[in-house]
Every structure is written in C-alpha cells, then in structure tokens.
Ligand binder design. Structure first.
Ligand code: DGY
Length: 323
C-alpha cells in the first residue's frame, strides 16, 4: 500500500521523527525554520498531510490555492489560532491539535512564573550573577507570599484546571474562575472554585491572575489598561496562554506606574520579538515560550499528532479534530 506523503515543518523529538518515518512517506525539516506562505502553498500541492506547529503562521495568503492535495493539517501544539480556520474549511482540510498531553507541564510552568514573580527570583538571579549580592539582610529582595492567597484563572480548560489543582491543593489558594462557558459544578468543586460571569468581577478580588484562554482575534487585548486598573495594586499577572491576550503597552504602563505588583510572561505579542520596554522592566519575569518544553510533553505531543494522522488515513475521525 502506498504510504501517505506528509511534511513535518520543524524539527521534532527524535523518537517521534523515527516513528513517523516508519509509518509514513515523510519529509522532515532539516533547517528547523518556519515555512513562508509560498512554501506552504507549494506544500499543500505536494503532500497529503502537513504537520505545522504553533509558530507557523498559516494565514489566508498561505492558503490561496485552488485544489490542494493536503486534506489534513495535523498541528503539533494545542493552540491553533495561527491557522486561518475559514480558509482551511473552504479548502476542505481537517485540522487537529494535541490537547491533554501538555496540560500538566504548562501548568507547572505557570506555577513557576507565579512563584518567580512573587518571590522576585529573576531579580535575585540577575543580582547574584551580576556580582552585586552583598549578603543576607532582613530587607533584601522581599517578595510576596503565595500560599493561601487568591488566584484568578481566566480560561478553565484542561490547563486552567491543572493550574487550579496545583494552586489549591499544593498552595492552599482560593480559586476564582472566569470561563466563556459554564463550568460543571463537580469540576469547580474539585478545587473549591467559584465561577464569575464577568472578568471585571474577578480582577479586583485576586492576588494573582493567570491566563489560560485561547488567543486569536476573540481574546486580543482582553487584558488592557481598563482591566489592569481593576487589578489590586499588589496583584500579579501571569500569561502562559498567548501574547496577544495582553496589550503589552498597557502592561508596561501598569508596571511603570506600579498600579499592579508585577507580571510574568511566557508568551509575547509578535514573539520572538520582545518590546524593549518589556526588557527594561525589572518587575517582569520573562521566559521564551517554555510552557510545554519538557521531554515528556514534547514527545507526547508528537505521538498525539501521529495518532491523529493514523486515524485520518485509516478513514476514521481523528481524535483531536477541531473543525
Ligand atoms: C501550544 O501547544 O499551543 C503551546 O503554546 C506550545 O506548547
């Protein structure tokens, strides 16, 4: 039987590349550079499935062609707002993602950021490595206690729930949730969480606010100057969702004028470009989009893509179909 021809756009963990090469007629990436729109258009003519990832921008320009050979876009990553879904729909392409397998690791990283921001870990490490540490003293780099505080979680999908589990059961935090749909009472009960209908009601009640909602147009600048003003003056904002959810200009203003306590970001609007004003802010912890960056999660994400491919080419509905 002829194996389906598939294109992997970036380097993947070795074990996953080996498995995919075993099962499919695959072209792997050797330069690990994101494809340009014209390269995507060509790929859609040449391959039965294209396997992009979250930093591959597949906008309408990348999908301007009449009759693609590609029938499946099996994304490596849970977020898929980088894919223009109406165009995929119009071209008859099925789109899949890789949920679940990265939820724990992404929540672990959100916890890392929350603790780093509250306990001034980034400042401390910069001071120590810069040779400026003069020793222990009662007033040195005093931060904010995390245990027992109130955490607001915006977006209560799988990652948001893992965040709640860690914060509530590990750190004794009270959990307030905002989510676009109603969360089942038994799910809220697991974390003794309360759901509010309006994000504006959550913000003033929290010591920490962690974003776990999707990105895209719908949530672009969900956190803007008006909403930052609703936060407590000593509260912290954590973002492991998507950069565009925060208006970064407004965040810098809030940090500069100390209307919030601090922030920690794993994702950026227009990443990997980082606004100089963000780099200049000492009240900000920043990591380079590391949410799912563990060997375990990255392999599991790849194997999940293969499950979707296999199901699709076996004539079944892929388990993680999103359209
Ligand atoms: C995703 O999967 O959407 C993350 O941002 C990368 O792990």
């Amino acid at each position: 039987m002829v194996k389906p021809r598939v294109l992997v756009t970036r380097r993947w963990p070795a074990a996953v590349e080996a498995k995919i090469a075993d099962r499919f007629d695959v072209v792997l990436s050797n330069n690990d550079i994101a494809l340009k729109p014209a390269e995507f258009r060509q790929a859609f003519k040449d391959f039965d499935a294209v396997l992009p990832t979250v930093t591959d921008k597949i906008g309408p320009d990348a999908m301007e062609l009449a009759k693609p050979r590609t029938k499946l876009l099996a994304n490596y990553g849970v977020g898929y707002t980088h894919i223009d879904m109406p165009s995929a729909e119009a071209l008859g392409m099925v789109v899949t993602n890789t949920p679940d397998v990265l939820s724990e690791c992404t929540a672990d990283l959100a916890m890392t950021l929350m603790l780093m921001a509250a306990r001034r870990a980034g400042e401390g490490e910069r001071e120590l490595r810069g040779g400026r540490w003069t020793g222990w003293r009662p007033t040195h780099l005093v931060g904010t206690k995390v245990s027992g505080k109130t955490l607001g979680i915006v977006g209560f999908g799988r990652i948001g729930q893992e965040m709640a589990r860690r914060a509530h059961h590990g750190f004794g935090m009270d959990i307030i949730v905002h989510n676009r749909s109603r969360v089942a009472p038994d799910v809220l009960a697991k974390y003794n969480a309360v759901q509010v209908n309006d994000l504006d009601d959550l913000l003033p009640r929290c010591d920490f606010v962690s974003l776990h909602c999707p990105g895209g147009i719908e949530n672009r600048h969900l956190i803007n100057s008006r909403r930052l003003d609703l936060m407590r003056p000593n509260a912290f904002l954590i973002n492991t969702a998507r950069g565009e959810v925060i208006n970064e200009f407004d965040l810098v203003q809030a940090l500069t004028f100390e209307t919030i306590g601090g922030a920690a970001l794993d994702v950026f609007d227009g990443e990997p470009r980082i606004a100089q004003t963000l780099l200049d802010s000492d009240r900000l912890v920043m990591l380079p989009h590391l949410g799912s960056a563990t060997a375990e999660a990255r392999e599991a994400m790849g194997f999940r893509v293969i499950d979707n491919l296999q199901a699709f080419f076996d004539g079944q509905t892929p388990p993680d179909r999103v359209n």
